[in-house]
Design a protein. Structure first.
Length: 85
């Protein structure tokens, strides 16, 4: 199903609004979750940088990165561990 947006439409993700006429917002985070500590430290650093620059931030990281370049590469924490983060 295709979604059609008008040029002045906005999309809200939590407290961040995204739209052509709104200030910049970024989606950022590590490709795959490694641990709770890693996720919280990364999110904290990104929040501080985004606040200093005055841009909206949506934190995103994958619990299972199946599209990696090597079969032996890390895939992430897995669903059960990620849900507690």
């Amino acid at each position: 199903m295709a979604i059609s947006l008008k040029p002045d439409d906005t999309v809200a993700v939590g407290q961040v609004e995204i739209g052509n006429h709104l200030p910049l917002a970024v989606i950022a985070g590590p490709c795959a979750l490694e641990s709770r500590t890693h996720a919280l430290e990364t999110a904290g650093a990104l929040k501080e940088i985004a606040g200093r620059l005055g841009v909206g931030l949506i934190y995103k990281s994958s619990f299972d990165k199946a599209n990696r370049t090597s079969l032996t590469g890390a895939r992430g924490t897995g669903l059960d561990d990620a849900l507690s983060i």
